[in-house]
Write a protein that binds this ligand. Structure first.
Ligand code: ATP
Ligand code: MG
Ligand code: MG
Length: 382
């Protein structure tokens, strides 16, 4: 199909699903991550690199081995990517990754481009009194967030009252922080956006359900959302991503407030958990779209449509080390369930070990089929 080689910083589940897509087109993907990483397990060639995507020398070596470098994670050294970008194409652009990896800088940037986000205040290097000023300004609760290295809610703290401020500051130690006004949303939604050399396309709007700040379920289409609101979410997501340089897929997480207005929560410059459903439910998956976008291959817009309603259920590490395997086994009995296990080895409570997609002619049929699996997940919780 294409003799160009793609290099990826990181080889977890997102890199693994990207390789599943690349394999079908016979496109070679070189992974930089530890030996035996999930993505490497399903791709037998000797151009993968064992090492850390945080190691400059390893990143340089990856750059030499391929034509386009992309990421499956935003917590990367963008100075290193800036350096290699004189020799190899980096997608999305390192400038985009630099802005997005700092959640506060990302919010400021979006605001500057007319995209609505939750109101936020920089708290880096600020005193306890200045933290309390935020409580007086925003009221309680408000959300304290680490600007960097945050995922699955590890980096967020709900400040419920003024007395919590001291403890919260200690908890985060030296991490750079900012505060966000509480978003009293009625639902969370997300849109996968595809940025190509020609413009911006979107997958459908999905509803995302988080538990303990980790995505648990996605519903495509969202429940109790009008077509008009779903369309507005796609437009907002497009506007947000059009503001950035570079190509590839981006996940846009949004809050749908009670008055039907939308705020962008955050952006992921890569395939995203809320886009897993596209593998089974859309003609092109988010992984197909990412590969095609970074390689300038055609992406027919109607290939991003929803063929059939779909529900995604994440399988997290549970109480027992093999809880996730038990859930996958139960899903084998479910006729419309597609099961994805990531090959991560040991489960820790809350670690993303796999996911299940149920598609059906109607969302309620999918809901009926997925319910026993949700119950099983709830029973195995760590
Ligand atoms: P991810 O794994 O998606 O990268 P993250 O660790 O970066 O997550 P956020 O997306 O900032 O964390 O927040 C996680 C969840 O916490 C959100 O999906 C939402 O449920 C809740 N949340 C975050 N910010 C706010 C807010 N300002 N008001 C209310 N709830 C919030
Ligand atoms: Mg995040
Ligand atoms: Mg998030």
């Amino acid at each position: 199909m294409d003799s160009r080689k793609v290099g990826v910083l990181g080889g977890g589940q997102l890199g693994r699903m990207l390789i599943e897509s690349a394999n079908r087109l016979n496109i070679q993907v070189n992974i930089l991550d530890a030996a035996g990483a999930p993505a490497k397990q399903i791709s037998a060639h000797d151009s993968h690199i064992d090492g850390s995507f945080k190691d400059g020398e390893a990143v340089r070596q990856l750059a030499k081995s391929c034509d386009v470098v992309t990421v499956e994670i935003e917590h990367v050294d963008t100075h290193m990517l800036e350096e290699i970008s004189s020799d190899v194409t980096v997608e999305p652009h390192w400038k985009t990754l630099r802005i997005i990896k700092d959640k506060f800088a990302q919010k400021e940037y979006l605001k500057g481009h007319g995209v609505d986000v939750a109101e936020s205040v920089d708290l880096e290097g600020k005193s306890e009194e200045e933290f309390k000023d935020v409580g007086r300004k925003f009221g309680y609760p408000f959300m304290l967030k680490s600007k960097t290295e945050a995922y699955d809610g590890r980096g967020n703290f709900v400040v419920k009252r003024e007395e919590d401020v001291g403890g919260a500051r200690k908890l985060f130690g030296e991490r750079p922080l900012y505060a966000e006004r509480w978003a009293d949303f009625r639902m969370e939604v997300a849109v996968m956006v595809v940025k190509t050399r020609d413009g911006v396309l979107t997958f459908p709007t999905v509803e995302t359900v988080h538990e303990d700040s980790i995505c648990k379920l996605t519903y495509a289409p969202p429940r109790k959302v009008t077509r008009e609101t779903a369309g507005k979410a796609q437009e907002l997501a497009k506007k947000a991503i059009a503001a950035f340089e570079g190509k590839g897929v981006f996940g846009v997480e949004m809050f749908l407030l009670k008055d039907e207005t939308l705020l962008v929560n955050e952006i992921a410059p890569r395939p995203h958990n809320s886009g897993h459903y596209t593998i089974e439910a859309c003609p092109l998956s988010q992984y197909d779209a990412h590969l095609r976008a970074i390689l300038d291959l055609p992406i027919p817009e109607s290939g991003l449509r929803l063929r059939e309603p779909a529900i995604m259920l994440n399988i997290l590490g549970g109480r027992a080390p093999d809880s996730h395997v038990k859930i996958a086994r139960q899903a084998l009995e479910s006729p419309n369930a597609s099961i994805h296990l990531y090959g991560k080895g040991d489960a820790r409570p809350g670690r993303k070990m796999g996911h299940i997609i149920v598609t059906a002619p109607t969302l309620s049929a999918a809901e009926r089929e997925v319910q026993p699996l949700i119950d099983a997940v709830d029973n195995q919780k760590g």
